[in-house]
Design a protein around this ligand. Sequence first.
Ligand code: THU
Length: 132
Amino acid sequence: MNKEQLMESARSVKKSAYMPYSKFPVGAALLLKDGTVINGVNVENVSFGATNCAERTAIFTAVTNGYTKGDFQAIAIAGDTENYLPPCSICRQVMAEFCSPDMPVYLTNNKRDILELKLKELLPYAFTELDM
Ligand code: THU
């Protein structure tokens, strides 16, 4: 699966986003090293802090399905935004728990351009262990 296909998966799952408050749909597509793609969408709550972002939904679903550290190959994130939609800082921290610093993170905009970043560019000096 190439980055365009992974991004298409993120784009198409966006229709399932539950975002009655923000009206800001986000879809994520997480590629596992075994070739499986696991999707996620943002799921909002009237108590706004209970909202889960698309990226975390995908990662938590992967973990629920038995995947863990070392199994993640790439993630694509899609919104309906003019500019590249970056993951929030909580999602970056969750990615740092499970994904390698060199893992590609693909962002897109409404022109369908794809920006490829490494996780370590999005979250330098990540906090990843207690034994330091
Ligand atoms: N959101 C995501 O799902 N992922 C991002 O990368 C940025 C923000 C969601 C959270 C909330 O439901 C809505 O977008 C507006 O912040």
